[in-house]
Design a protein around this ligand. Structure first.
Ligand code: APR
Length: 243
């Protein structure tokens, strides 16, 4: 049974506007590997070779092989209890937004309506030359897919050194300035500018709750940390709110 102190419970129960800021850890229990930590992807693979624009221009085949590998894992995965609890909590508060760094589309698959994708979405693609979107399964039988204009088609995800989608970042910032309760779930909170959203919420007076299996860079700045699996803690919090 999850123990919640009176003060934290009071903040949760009185909240009107809530944000769930999520990272790879929220999808770990769906079988999708995280990036850092013991079995993190970046311990085995080099982001310089796989998640940046120059690497894509130099070797688009390699980058696509990797994204198709990740897409296969994601398509074979399902949202877990953490994703469903977040979607469910949309009914328990006046206003709920999900601000995610994940490109796996699992929040939407779990039914969350208000999702801001700071790092894009692996289900979308676009031409690097004319920006035409190709948001469907691409054909790789003739090699790396090309746009009708001849440009290379890339996944609509944010690579290192690239700007975040303006509209998604602006909407997340605005939501962070107006929320009362801000959950930070399954992120190491070391990647910027996404992590600035956390400090914005703090600056504008939100009550910050961290959910992570271990301490992170922000554990000292949040109001409350629950250490454990998101797929166990979020459903437990939801039950406490409901009763
Ligand atoms: N429940 C809660 N937290 C978990 C769980 C779990 N079941 N499993 C792992 N975690 C925590 C880890 O302890 C770690 O703090 O999730 C965090 C995952 O951190 P990262 O792997 O660094 O992922 P993330 O913070 O999302 O990375 C940010 O970096 O590589 C880029 O673009 C990529 O969006 C990604 C960004």
């Amino acid at each position: 049974m999850l123990e919640i102190d009176k003060h934290t419970l009071g903040k949760i129960k009185s909240a009107k506007s809530v944000i769930f800021f999520t990272g790879a850890g929220v999808s770990a229990e769906s079988g999708i590997p995280t990036f850092r930590g013991k079995d993190g992807i970046w311990n085995k693979l080099n982001p310089e070779e796989l998640a940046n624009f120059n690497a894509f221009i130099k070797n688009p085949q390699l980058v696509w092989e990797w994204y198709n590998h990740r897409k296969k894992i994601i398509h074979e995965s399902k949202p877990n209890a953490a994703h469903y609890a977040i979607a469910e909590m949309e009914k328990l508060f006046d206003n709920v937004s999900v601000v995610t760094q994940n490109i796996d589309n699992l929040h939407k698959r779990a039914g969350s309506k208000n999702v801001f994708e700071l790092h894009g979405n692996i289900e979308r693609n676009y031409c690097i030359k004319c920006k035409t979107h190709y948001d469907f399964e691409l054909d790789f039988s003739l090699g790396v897919p090309k746009c009708k204009c001849g440009g290379l088609i890339r996944p609509d995800v944010v690579w290192f050194g690239e700007f975040l989608p303006k509209d998604q970042y602006a909407a997340s910032e605005k939501a962070a300035r107006h929320c009362n309760l801000f959950f930070v779930v399954g992120t190491s909170a070391v990647v910027y500018p996404a992590a600035y959203i956390i400090s914005t919420a703090k600056e504008y007076g939100a009550f910050l709750i961290e959910i992570n299996i271990e301490e992170t860079e922000i554990s000292s700045m949040v109001d409350k940390s629950f250490f454990g699996k998101a797929g166990e803690i979020l459903p437990a919090i939801m039950e406490i709110i409901r009763n």
